[in-house]
Design a protein around this ligand. Sequence first.
Ligand code: AMP
Ligand code: MG
Length: 693
Amino acid sequence: MFDRIAILDWSAAGTPKTGKDSIWLAVADASGVRSENIPTRMQAEQRLMALMGEGDRLLIGVDFSLSLPAAALDRLGMDAFGLWQHLAAHHSDTDKNASNYRDIAADLNQRLEGDGPFWGNGTKADIPHLPRTKPASALPEWRACEEVARANGLNPKSCWQLAGAGSVGAQSLTGMPMIHRLREDGATVWPFDPISRVTVAEVYPSILSAEVRAHLTRHPDMVPDQAQVELLAQALWAMNAGGTLPPLFEVEPSQEGHILGLNHQLAVRAAVPTQTLPPRLRNDCFAMPQGVNWVPVDAALSKLKDALHPIKPIQNIQSHQAQGRILAADAVARRSNPPRPNSAVDGYGFAHAATGEGPQKLPLVQGRAAAGQPFAGTVPHGAAVRILTGAILPDGVDTVVLEEDCALDGASVIFDAPVKPRANTRKAGEDVEAGQTAIRSGHILRAPDIALLSALGIAEVQVYQPLRVGVLSTGDEIIARPDMDALPHQIFDANRPMLLSLLNGWGYAPVDLGHCKDDPKLIERTLNKADVDVILTSGGASAGDEDHVSHLLRTKGTLSSWRIALKPGRPLALAMWNGTPVFGLPGNPVAALVCALVFARPALSLMAGSGWAEPIGFTVPAAFEKRKKAGRREYLRARLNDQGLAEVFKSEGSGRISGLSWADGLVELPDEAAEITHGTPVKYIPYAMLGLR
Ligand code: AMP
Ligand code: MG
């Protein structure tokens, strides 16, 4: 249908402006998408005229409304063409963006009678016939297409609103004059005119708000308006190229106009180019200066933190199925909670202004307001209505008195005043307002979060795809499973089931890569076959003869052996294997667990999208005695006794797996020397805080 698609994000700014909430124009065609930020409306109009002149078949989507509700057009005695002509004749704008649109609105208000319908004045001076706040207008607030948008969960702004965030009214009054001129230059305007070489249509980029948010988490330097026009131009271009654009133009003709893509939101959203894959980790990301000195734990951690970033693509899922998943874009409330002001108690509602001091007696109106059964009429000033918890406050009611504080006398309710204004009521949006960020990107969703998402009408969320983590055990002495026979020189694999279960508790997708004998060929084949994002190995990670994992990673991957000043723990082998990060954990189960908790846990959390996970511990008195030298950090298997003191396992032997099971957490002793006696404060980190379940 078209050779190019241009999407224009318009602005009614009163001075030249760039950046957020200014004019952005994106053009998509076979060669890709380009966007530009244009400081003034005059320049933007010149750009569009120039585009039109290039001879291609062009669709120009504009994000302001191209008409008014039909009832208003009737009252004005104009059709849409007449409206554009009228505005073009009366609108003046300058190369400094000084527009007279408020005067035009005031003039239209007079022609439309009554207060408004246009309202909002962002200037200091009062303008006759232009109310500052929303007046009661006899004219409808919405065009039919906007009613459809609202029914679809979108949140269009009213064409009457001239001030405040996203006030479409001002954009329409400054944009429609240009539409008239584009049309005089040969463009046609859908759906008022037939499609032609240059067709202008109204679009609503917020159809892609979820996609835009996800895009912005990848491109934090981008302005939202820019992301919005680029994605919409690209999506419509993709549909154009794929032949699926024509159905979008099939609508009933109407002088109110239409929004292109409405009723086809899913198709438009699906046409947004698939998220570019996250950047890969660099092959040398684990490089660590190889000195003689041991690296302190904190230095190793901060090195790891710098080296890693989220590596998973994003997907959309239903909120109610998102438990344990990591948000990849801020979740924004589609609806306020509560959506309307309502009563917090069972009682009687009235207008506070009608009450004074002392005993009050208010006549009761017929009927009642209950949750889900709103009171239909208005409660007259000085009267009261029976109201139940959760019921919307009827018109005329702003305050509720508790039923326990009332007496009934025939058809009246009696209570003592003064009562606080708005007593026992909940404000609309007092919890969360529509448009507010409810939950931040990176948060791991739990049951209460799912309640919040549902309450705010957020049916779908963007989450990172689950991190797939492979676990491999190595060692000639290891027997893969405890139900197999073991000879005296053999031991059952304890690390692999431990690590798999740990990963499961952390919410990742564990992948069992099995056990390999100390055979480099076999280990290599296994690593190559693994279809995972990260690999944890245990055993063979030191630099000795039998340490085949580190040997293999050193010769065929990029290994960096980190000599970390940590007990328990031997050198931690960190490597990239064909682009996949490998954490070579020590073979000793105690050291393997401690290294997994201290290093793998925050690193995996970062790669999965939930950010670096700092372990949270608390200080408790020691129920043990210990003396340690300076120079390395130590973790002791510990648990709290019934007095809340930390006791430690009787042995520090790193082969003592029973101590891991005996413990409920770890005591962290600092790098510096320490002399601990009974009652010395120590840092205790419960297993639960380390995600052990
Ligand atoms: P390595 O790091 O290979 O030198 O192993 C250190 C110690 O941990 C040795 O005593 C190994 O037998 C033991 N070990 C290694 N892998 C495992 C495993 N998967 N399960 C239990 N113990 C292991
Ligand atoms: Mg070994």
